[in-house]
Design a protein around this ligand. Structure first.
Ligand SMILES: [Zn+2]
Length: 223
């Protein structure tokens, strides 16, 4: 392992590992040839592992993606975990909380289905935030500048009513996404003159999230 800078904590470390974007559990094995990896320290990598599992289980529990070949394979793992007695409460949590909503861009382009959780789930959004940071680096934008923040969102109606977000979503919908690993991940990115970078991130061809990286004062980043 070589010396390097972790893109998450931005510290220089003697030993740097590679973090998979999206998390490995979503990709299945063997890992696709076009897998994206970014430099990460071991500490950050380990901190992500519980959230990674939660995120995988959450996505795998959704009907809408069940026919995706990678999901079919990976689902078995999730279900095995759920069948363990101590996991029953954990499994129920997923089943009761997720609805899906079809979303069109304000210009009328069908975008896919956004998962709508019955409550905000910061754990899920934390994982999306991290994926956005990885993609930012992958797209050659380097480390996220000090004073910038990254936010991720579930798209709900009130978000779609926001004029600023409408404009960005229309832009994102108009470009071809980059697709990774048999459409496990697809994303589009736009950078705006306000120094913000917005992502539409799609999993398994269906599930969409929205993330923005930009200066703390940015309108799109407000809650
Ligand atoms: Zn780190």
């Amino acid at each position: 392992m070589a010396r390097g800078v972790c893109i998450y904590c931005k510290q220089e470390k003697k030993k740097i590992t590679r973090d998979h974007v999206p998390p490995q559990g979503l990709l299945g094995k063997p890992l696709p040839k076009d897998t994206i990896t970014v430099p990460s320290c071991r500490g950050c990598n380990q901190n992500f592992s519980n959230d990674d599992q939660y995120f995988r289980d959450c996505l795998m529990s959704m009907r809408i993606v069940e026919n995706h070949p990678v999901v079919k394979k990976q689902r078995k793992k999730t279900m095995r975990g759920f069948r363990r007695k101590e996991s029953l409460g954990y499994a129920k949590e997923f089943i009761s909380r997720v609805e899906l909503k079809e979303v069109h861009s304000p210009g009328g382009v069908y975008l896919g289905q956004f998962p709508v959780f019955t409550t905000d789930d910061n754990r899920i959004l934390d994982t999306i935030t991290r994926i956005a940071k990885g993609l930012y680096y992958e797209e050659g934008k380097g480390l996220i500048p000090d004073g910038f923040i990254t936010t991720a969102r579930f798209i709900r109606q009130e978000v779609l009513n926001d004029e600023n977000i409408k404009i960005v979503l229309n832009e994102l919908a108009s470009i071809n996404p980059r697709i990774v690993g048999d459409d496990v991940l697809a994303y589009s990115m736009v950078s705006t003159p306000e120094n913000r970078t917005a992502f539409m991130i799609r999993f398994y061809g269906k599930l969409l999230f929205f993330a923005v990286i930009g200066p703390e004062s940015d309108l799109l980043l407000g809650s």
